[in-house]
Design a protein around this ligand. Structure first.
Ligand SMILES: C[S@@+](CC[C@H](N)C(=O)[O-])C[C@H]1O[C@@H](n2cnc3c(N)ncnc32)[C@H](O)[C@@H]1O
Length: 276
């Protein structure tokens, strides 16, 4: 089976499991509504290791495309290091954070392309970045080919080494009595690129912080949302019962015990327009 077919199966299976757990409640039209503010970041910040690494791919006269730019966490600081940024972003709420933050920061060389990457009509750029977007993409081969075909010099895809929610996968068994079906991440991305004849450079960043919460109530609320647990349901009681075993206090925050922090990986390659 092609890696892209395996990828498609994983995304479909994960989505089907989520849908079953939502028990008929449709997902929100804009998944990021209520979450987008978390992707707002100060474009003038220093000491962000991912950003520092991304700066090295960009030259002052470059046009950069940020695919799935979110709230502009990366696109806005990168815009201050290059000539022009096209921020491709389909979510209304994410796009609102990005444009608001750009205005507030006086950054005027960013153009929002309010579209998915698959549907975006856009000219090639010198560099394309795409951070934490691919996990839920159904046609990964088409998506990667378009990245490859739209970059003149460099493509940089940023992914976690494992599925982004994998730190809470063990809770699925405890709360729902079944294993969580994982979304694809780094290993499957490498396989999909190999099938396209692309052999990227991998750069592993230091692990991030462990998942933590301000207090137990916040943990219950946030984990409940991620596990599709209805408040007041038997699954909610199971989650509540489980929390004392899986959380530990550390410096005033409640951390998930035994949760290996994920780390980000820069998957980069120089595009060859004929190859993919
Ligand atoms: C986890 S956020 C990451 C945002 C940003 N790249 C960052 O690292 O802060 C994923 C973003 O990808 C966007 N996205 C999802 N599917 C997409 C697609 N098919 N094309 C372009 N963007 C997409 C979402 O709307 C969301 O803003």
């Amino acid at each position: 089976m092609l890696a892209s077919q395996q990828w498609h199966r994983m995304v479909e299976a994960e989505h089907a499991q989520s849908e079953r757990m939502r028990a008929g409640v449709p997902p929100p039209a804009d998944f990021w509504q209520g979450r987008a503010e978390a992707f707002r970041a100060d474009p003038f910040r220093t000491g962000d290791p991912l950003l520092e690494r991304l700066y090295s791919f960009v030259e002052a006269r470059d046009t950069l495309i940020d695919v799935g730019a979110g709230g502009g966490r990366l696109a806005l600081p990168l815009a201050m290091r290059c000539a022009k940024v096209f921020a491709v972003e389909p979510s209304e709420s994410m796009a609102a954070v990005l444009t608001d933050q750009a205005t507030e920061s006086g950054i005027s060389n960013v153009t929002l392309v309010h579209s998915s990457w698959e549907e975006a009509v856009i000219a090639p750029g010198d560099v394309i970045i795409c951070a934490h977007v691919v996990y839920t993409i159904r046609d990964i081969a088409g998506f990667l080919k378009k990245l490859n075909g739209h970059a003149r010099r460099q493509v940089v895809v940023v992914v976690y080494n494992q599925s982004p929610q994998s730190t809470i996968y063990p809770l699925w068994k405890l709360v729902h009595g079944e294993e969580r079906l994982p979304l694809p991440s780094l290993p499957q991305l490498c396989d999909a690129l190999t099938d396209l004849g692309i052999h990227p450079t991998l750069e592993h960043m230091e692990p991030g912080d462990r998942m933590g919460f301000d207090n137990v109530e916040r943990a219950l609320e946030q984990l409940g949302g991620r596990l599709y647990v209805e408040p007041g349901s038997p699954a909610a009681s199971r989650l509540e019962d489980t929390l004392s075993d899986v959380l530990e206090e550390e410096d005033g925050r409640w951390m998930l015990k035994d949760a290996e922090p994920l780390h980000q990986v820069l998957v980069s390659w120089r595009p060859n327009q004929d190859r993919a």
